[in-house]
Ligand binder design. Structure first.
Ligand SMILES: NC(=O)c1ccc[n+]([C@@H]2O[C@H](COP(=O)([O-])OP(=O)(O)OC[C@H]3O[C@@H](n4cnc5c(N)ncnc54)[C@H](OP(=O)(O)O)[C@@H]3O)[C@@H](O)[C@H]2O)c1
Length: 336
């Protein structure tokens, strides 16, 4: 039987510095046929995440992508052939697929979850996907915001940061964002309802934090690292919680950046700084999704996606995260 063509974008070379087109190779191969216990899925949307840059370079909390393999990526896909009773043809599923049109799934290491009815594929990768869940667990479990406290969020216009600030408001806090440019700051305050947003591209971030967090910072949710982390440390209150979610400012650095200079603030303020990986919370994902769904239904969380059309544009979509071109959760639409 003729097999459909599987377009693939594979890892050709590990990035050194900024991700470049030369890191990728493109080919077309016949889609694999599912064996007993497998199903063939067709990719609909890819989730484009900053962590892909790390997976391309080295072992992190997941092994590095092997040279020659499709670039690893979260996705929503549709089952098109099945020899596994867990998947029916036409089911929409989400999980790890890779930058390709077709992939095999099974019930073991390559399993995907069937999308609950009523959930849009784009929402499954956005507000109910890794970024929404990261916001929820990072803020509520590690940040532990209390009514009346000030929560400062870097990367505030992004998929994760925008949800963090809105959850902070729901929990009775003052939410202050840090984002790049007037359009993003307008989105953060007007659409997402943060109390203030500091444009880190327009002026001194430390001064902005002092102005907009007059009572100091109780929770700093950091997506960026570098100078922004250092500036925030200078304004933390006693017993502050610094949630290290990511450090996108340095993901493309050829050398690790110098460490924060203001770490003594943790001692002086008896504060805590802690990192996390959202995948560790897998068993609790349903709890977070239910809470997020309630807030979305009540109109208390505004969320948006930024869709680039075409599998071939996945590398470009990844670069949008590092230039800040994305406004909302970055996705690539591969098929209808
Ligand atoms: N710990 C976990 O389990 C986990 C899970 C998911 C994501 N994360 C982390 O969460 C962060 C946000 O990820 P996301 O998927 O939600 O992406 P996102 O925030 O939607 O997009 C990335 C944003 O980062 C900002 N950025 C890029 N380079 C920057 C720089 N040099 N300085 C300051 N800001 C910069 C840009 O916004 P501006 O235009 O405002 O600069 C860009 O839009 C990342 O650090 C990611 O690694 C962690």
């Amino acid at each position: 039987m003729d097999r459909p063509i599987n377009r693939r974008i594979t890892l050709a070379a590990r990035p050194q510095g900024m991700v470049a087109e030369s890191c990728f190779a493109r080919d077309e191969v016949p889609a694999p046929s599912p064996g007993e216990g497998e199903a063939l899925v067709r990719t609909l949307y890819l989730s484009i995440d900053p962590t892909i840059r790390g997976w391309m370079e080295r072992d992190t909390y997941l092994p590095a992508i092997a040279i020659g393999d499709p670039v690893r990526s979260g996705a929503v896909a549709e089952v098109v052939e099945s020899r596994n009773p867990a998947y029916a043809v036409g089911d929409r599923v989400f999980g790890m697929v890779g930058w390709q049109d077709y992939a095999l799934v099974d019930s073991g290491a390559a399993a995907m979850q069937v999308l609950p009815p009523g959930i849009e594929p784009t929402d499954a990768l956005g507000i109910y996907g890794i970024t929404g869940l990261t916001a929820w667990f990072g803020l509520l479990d590690l940040g532990q915001p209390k009514q009346g406290e000030t929560v400062l969020v870097s990367g505030a216009a992004g998929a994760t940061g925008s949800v963090v600030g809105q959850l902070a408001k729901i929990h009775g806090c003052r939410a202050v964002g840090i984002a790049g440019g007037p359009e993003k700051c307008r989105f953060v305050t007007e659409d997402c309802g943060f109390d203030a947003c500091i444009d880190y591209k327009a002026g001194d971030v430390g001064r902005g934090i002092a102005e907009h967090c007059p009572h100091g910072v109780d929770v700093f949710f950091d997506n960026v690292g570098g100078d922004i982390l250092d500036a925030a440390l200078l304004r933390i209150n006693q017993r502050a919680r610094v949630v290290l979610c990511g450090a996108i400012a340095s993901y493309n650095d050829a050398e690790p950046p110098p460490g924060p200079r203001n770490l003594m603030q943790l001692v002086i303020q008896r504060a805590r700084m802690e990192g996390f990986i959202v995948l560790d919370y897998l068993p609790r994902f349903p709890e977070a999704m239910a809470d997020l769904a309630k807030h979305v239904a009540e109109g208390r969380i505004h969320h948006r996606v930024d869709v680039v059309e075409g599998l071939e544009r996945a590398p470009e979509a990844l670069l949008r995260l590092f230039s800040g071109a994305n406004l909302g959760k970055q996705l690539v639409k591969v098929a209808d």
